[in-house]
Design a protein around this ligand. Structure first.
Ligand SMILES: Nc1ncnc2c1ncn2[C@@H]1O[C@H](COP(=O)(O)OP(=O)(O)OP(=O)(O)O)[C@@H](O)[C@H]1O
Ligand SMILES: Nc1nc2c(ncn2[C@@H]2O[C@H](COP(=O)(O)O)[C@@H](O)[C@H]2O)c(=O)[nH]1
Length: 211
């Protein structure tokens, strides 16, 4: 008889979005460390590398010409301009991976979220992270120490516009205490994995159970 813990299921596309600085990268890294079944979809970007970022791990850093080539060759699942640079999700092995039960984590903005949802509604889980306040958001961007004052001002100017997309998400979580926020996000992931439609091994299991 099949083991209930190992029933086959489809993978999911777990999206975390937020205004810049609210903490989605922090929560993503905690999730990747805690959970072996989810893999980061590494985006391609034309923005320069920040200190500590590694090419191929945090992003694939490319120039404008390489990004243009990828668009022409239809290599992106989605792409969008964000803060003056371009960011995109390479198609890679996502579709095949989902079929085999691999989950993917996306740290992308609302534009990319809409595109992925339009392409693959059934596999997408959309989570929006809110900061506890705009003052705290500003403090986090400053304390992160990775961006100039001009860049931080630009991101703060965009924050309200980003937040206005909160209602395009399935779940909204406030990131006040990082550990509490992480646990909430992790619970969402665990519950979504149990959705009947994702558990493709259920039909056979139940049939066997009742025979
Ligand atoms: N709950 C929290 N309390 C205090 N600081 C936090 C919390 N969550 C994240 N931070 C800090 O806030 C800063 C911004 O977090 P992070 O880089 O994860 O944001 P982000 O949403 O991914 O931003 P971006 O979109 O610019 O990449 C980091 O220095 C991080 O350590
Ligand atoms: N639509 C997409 N948005 C993306 C992608 N990768 C990252 N992002 C978003 O860009 C901003 C800025 O990120 P940063 O690392 O420069 O601070 C943030 O909102 C990310 O979520 C992508 O592939 N597609």
């Amino acid at each position: 008889m099949a083991d209930q813990d190992t029933l086959h299921r489809r993978g999911l596309m777990f999206i975390l979005s937020s205004p810049s600085g609210a903490g989605k990268t922090t929560i993503s890294r905690m999730l990747l460390e805690a959970d072996d079944e989810i893999r980061l979809s590494v985006s391609v970007t034309t923005r320069p590398k920040r200190p500590g970022e590694i090419d191929g791990v945090h992003y694939h850093f490319v120039d404008d010409a390489a990004f243009d080539r990828m668009i022409e060759e239809d290599d992106f699942y989605e792409w969008a301009p964000v803060f003056g640079y371009r960011y995109g999700t390479p198609k890679g092995h996502i579709r095949a991976g989902l079929k085999e039960g691999q989950d993917f984590l996306f740290d992308i903005d609302w534009q990319g979220t809409q595109q992925l949802y339009q392409k693959d509604e059934q596999d997408v889980v959309r989570v929006f992270i809110l900061p506890p306040s705009l003052d705290e958001l500003h403090r986090r961007l400053k304390d992160r120490g990775t961006d100039s004052k001009d860049v931080i001002d630009g991101r703060m100017e965009r924050a309200r516009a980003e937040i206005s997309h909160w209602d395009g998400y399935d779940y909204v979580v406030v990131n006040d205490d990082v550990q509490v926020c992480f646990e909430k996000v992790r619970s969402i992931l665990h519950a979504e994995r149990m959705k009947r439609a994702r558990q493709t091994g259920l039909i056979g299991f139940v049939r066997e159970l009742m025979s």
